[in-house]
Write a protein of this length. Structure first.
Length: 134
């Protein structure tokens, strides 16, 4: 079943070209595996991505419950494709209609990240993966 959902996600995403940033925003055991899956899907769909290399990767400070998705314009082609992909994969996300702003805490900004396609240009869709909601 999860394989089908994964393929559905890739299929929807592949319909457009875009850019995704995946942010670890919680310390639950399933946070990094989900991030890894989303990144693999983005890779398969030939999207540019900024993805964590491990569970200690850091992209600014974020701590949330559940999933939050940010895009400047959810009606744009790439964001629509992403939203349909999330729906196809049955991943419930809180969709926020503005760019996610990196909150920098202390000296560490971004560590342990893999950038494919260069640093994000502000058009990227950002997904924050937090601890599972209770």
């Amino acid at each position: 079943r999860s394989v089908d959902l994964y393929q559905d996600f890739v299929a929807e995403l592949s319909k457009e070209k875009g850019e995704i940033t995946v942010v670890l925003a919680g310390s639950g055991d399933d946070v990094y595996p989900l991030a890894k899956q989303l990144c693999e899907a983005a890779k398969q769909a030939k999207w540019n991505y900024a993805c964590p290399k491990g569970r200690n990767s850091f992209f600014g400070e974020a701590e949330i419950g559940g999933l939050e998705c940010y895009a400047a314009d959810w009606d744009s082609k790439d964001a629509s494709a992403f939203r349909l992909a999330m729906k196809a994969a049955e991943l419930p996300c809180t969709f926020v209609a503005h760019q996610w702003t990196l909150r920098l805490g202390g000296p560490t900004m971004i560590t342990g990240y893999d950038f494919h396609g260069g640093i994000t240009n502000g058009r990227a869709i950002t997904i924050l993966i937090g601890r599972p909601p209770l």
